[in-house]
Design a protein around this ligand. Structure first.
Ligand code: SAH
Length: 226
């Protein structure tokens, strides 16, 4: 059974978007993962297909209504669906490569994309939505955030990246940022490739890369070393 993503959104036309390109799109075409989108508005019950209302307590903007979202979630992910239910949200736990790896090892994900000021707190609790943030900034909606999460997850699924594009040594996989990469030509605008990389000594190369990774992580992301 392949990884199955279900997205609940007011803008299904944004998908697959970038998820249809390159290795991620090829993985979908090969059946290594599947994507289904659901239009939240289809679950509205009034003539105007209203999905939002003004915030209780006042203030600017609109809030997605809990009853409509709950119906959408229950339809997309009925009881017994083993997939985690995620809500893209700037208040969520920041997404990490470790969480990405866990999701990639699982059956898929049901992903709710917020819009406007966000969604009613009661549906977050009633449907046990796991809030996930892609960073400390505010987007206009959860769709791009959901694409970021899925792109990170799908590239880890078996067979999506060829052996030539393996991810064993990448940034975050070993708690460090990746070392600098070089390729031909040997001389570019007066800059040479570090000599160790062309020495043919694999042990030395590995040591140099490890040292570069550690230095870079220390300089740019000391928080990762803790
Ligand atoms: N008023 C909210 C922001 C709403 S932004 C607040 O201050 O917390 C509208 C929607 O965009 C959110 O419901 C969420 O789904 C999405 N979104 C915005 N920033 C995001 C982020 N950093 N990570 C994940 N989703 C985000």
């Amino acid at each position: 059974m392949s990884f199955s993503a279900s997205i609940i959104t007011l803008f299904p036309e944004l998908f697959p978007g970038p998820l249809g390109a390159s290795v991620i799109g090829r993985g979908m075409a090969e059946g290594r993962w599947r994507l289904e989108t659901t239009q939240l508005r289809d679950f509205a019950t009034d003539r105007h297909r209203t999905v939002d209302d003004t915030p209780s307590g006042g203030g600017a903007g609109m809030v997605l209504k809990p009853d409509i979202l709950a119906r959408a979630i229950d339809t997309v992910s009925p009881e017994g669906d083993p997939r985690p239910r995620l809500l893209m949200s700037p208040r969520g736990k920041p997404l990490t490569q470790a969480r990405v790896r866990e999701l990639a090892a699982g059956p898929g994900a049901v992903i709710v994309c917020g819009r406007f000021e966000g969604i009613d707190q009661r549906v977050i609790e009633a449907r046990a939505l796991e809030e996930i943030s892609i960073g400390d900034y505010v987007l206009a909606g959860g769709e791009v955030a959901a694409m970021v999460l899925l792109e990170a997850v799908v590239r880890l699924l078996p067979g999506v990246l060829g052996a030539a594009e393996s991810h064993a040594d990448e940034s975050f996989e070993n708690g460090l940022l990746e070392y600098p990469q070089y390729t031909r030509p040997p001389l570019f605008e007066g800059r040479e490739i570090p000599e160790v990389l062309t020495s043919g000594d694999h042990g030395k190369v590995a040591k140099w890369r490890r040292a570069q990774s550690e230095q870079l992580t220390q300089a740019r992301r000391p928080d990762l070393l803790k």
